[in-house]
Design a protein. Structure first.
Length: 117
Protein backbone atom coordinates (compact mmCIF):
# COMPACT_ATOMS: atom_id res chain seq x y z
CA UNK A 1 0.00 0.00 0.00
CA UNK A 2 1.54 3.37 -0.98
CA UNK A 3 2.49 5.70 1.84
CA UNK A 4 2.10 9.47 1.51
CA UNK A 5 5.20 11.65 1.77
CA UNK A 6 5.08 14.42 4.39
CA UNK A 7 3.29 17.57 3.40
CA UNK A 8 5.26 20.84 3.39
CA UNK A 9 5.49 23.31 6.25
CA UNK A 10 2.79 23.47 8.92
CA UNK A 11 0.46 20.72 7.71
CA UNK A 12 0.18 17.87 10.25
CA UNK A 13 1.47 14.56 8.96
CA UNK A 14 1.46 11.15 10.57
CA UNK A 15 2.66 8.86 7.77
CA UNK A 16 5.94 7.11 7.13
CA UNK A 17 8.92 8.16 5.00
CA UNK A 18 9.07 4.86 3.09
CA UNK A 19 9.17 5.10 -0.71
CA UNK A 20 6.06 4.31 -2.75
CA UNK A 21 5.76 0.73 -3.98
CA UNK A 22 4.09 -0.54 -7.13
CA UNK A 23 3.81 -3.73 -9.15
CA UNK A 24 5.65 -3.75 -12.47
CA UNK A 25 4.19 -5.30 -15.62
CA UNK A 26 5.99 -8.53 -14.66
CA UNK A 27 4.23 -8.54 -11.28
CA UNK A 28 7.45 -7.83 -9.36
CA UNK A 29 7.30 -5.32 -6.53
CA UNK A 30 9.33 -2.18 -7.38
CA UNK A 31 10.19 0.94 -5.42
CA UNK A 32 9.40 4.26 -7.06
CA UNK A 33 12.17 6.78 -6.49
CA UNK A 34 10.98 10.28 -5.68
CA UNK A 35 11.71 13.07 -8.15
CA UNK A 36 14.75 15.18 -7.18
CA UNK A 37 14.33 18.95 -7.58
CA UNK A 38 17.45 21.10 -7.26
CA UNK A 39 16.72 24.75 -6.42
CA UNK A 40 18.97 27.49 -7.85
CA UNK A 41 20.40 28.25 -4.38
CA UNK A 42 21.40 24.59 -3.97
CA UNK A 43 23.11 24.55 -7.38
CA UNK A 44 24.94 27.80 -6.56
CA UNK A 45 26.13 26.27 -3.27
CA UNK A 46 27.29 23.11 -5.06
CA UNK A 47 29.26 25.23 -7.56
CA UNK A 48 30.86 27.04 -4.61
CA UNK A 49 31.99 23.73 -3.09
CA UNK A 50 33.40 22.50 -6.41
CA UNK A 51 35.56 25.65 -6.57
CA UNK A 52 36.53 25.80 -2.88
CA UNK A 53 36.51 22.26 -1.44
CA UNK A 54 35.97 19.32 -3.80
CA UNK A 55 35.86 16.87 -0.90
CA UNK A 56 32.81 18.71 0.48
CA UNK A 57 31.24 18.70 -3.01
CA UNK A 58 31.64 14.92 -3.20
CA UNK A 59 30.14 14.60 0.28
CA UNK A 60 27.11 16.60 -0.89
CA UNK A 61 26.62 14.25 -3.84
CA UNK A 62 26.85 11.26 -1.47
CA UNK A 63 24.25 12.90 0.79
CA UNK A 64 21.91 13.53 -2.15
CA UNK A 65 22.09 9.84 -3.09
CA UNK A 66 21.42 8.86 0.53
CA UNK A 67 18.41 11.20 0.74
CA UNK A 68 16.93 9.71 -2.42
CA UNK A 69 17.33 6.19 -0.96
CA UNK A 70 15.92 7.09 2.48
CA UNK A 71 14.91 10.69 3.33
CA UNK A 72 14.89 10.08 7.09
CA UNK A 73 17.84 7.70 7.57
CA UNK A 74 21.37 7.02 6.49
CA UNK A 75 24.54 9.13 6.55
CA UNK A 76 24.88 12.74 7.70
CA UNK A 77 22.71 12.48 10.82
CA UNK A 78 19.32 13.36 9.25
CA UNK A 79 17.34 15.70 11.46
CA UNK A 80 13.85 17.19 11.02
CA UNK A 81 13.91 20.98 11.35
CA UNK A 82 11.60 23.05 13.53
CA UNK A 83 9.95 26.46 13.64
CA UNK A 84 9.93 28.36 10.33
CA UNK A 85 11.69 25.45 8.55
CA UNK A 86 9.18 22.88 9.80
CA UNK A 87 8.76 20.15 7.20
CA UNK A 88 12.40 20.41 6.06
CA UNK A 89 15.23 18.06 6.97
CA UNK A 90 18.97 18.63 7.29
CA UNK A 91 22.12 16.52 7.09
CA UNK A 92 25.68 17.39 8.03
CA UNK A 93 28.09 18.25 5.22
CA UNK A 94 30.81 19.50 7.57
CA UNK A 95 30.79 20.54 11.20
CA UNK A 96 29.58 24.00 10.13
CA UNK A 97 27.53 23.43 6.94
CA UNK A 98 24.27 21.54 6.32
CA UNK A 99 22.33 20.14 3.39
CA UNK A 100 18.69 21.26 3.70
CA UNK A 101 15.90 19.50 1.82
CA UNK A 102 12.11 19.31 1.79
CA UNK A 103 10.34 15.97 1.42
CA UNK A 104 6.96 16.09 -0.33
CA UNK A 105 4.71 13.50 -1.91
CA UNK A 106 6.72 11.96 -4.74
CA UNK A 107 9.49 14.59 -4.75
CA UNK A 108 12.42 15.89 -2.74
CA UNK A 109 13.43 19.55 -3.04
CA UNK A 110 17.10 20.26 -2.31
CA UNK A 111 17.12 23.82 -0.97
CA UNK A 112 20.67 24.63 0.15
CA UNK A 113 24.08 23.06 0.68
CA UNK A 114 25.95 25.73 2.57
CA UNK A 115 25.69 27.51 5.93
CA UNK A 116 23.84 26.38 9.02
CA UNK A 117 20.17 26.93 8.05
Amino acid sequence: MPVDWPQPWNVPWTGSLRPHRCLSSAGILELKKPEAVFHPEFLEDLRHWVRVDRKAALRILDLVEAVLRDPAGGIGKPEPLKFYLKGCWSRRITQEHRLVYLVRKGRIDFLQARYHY
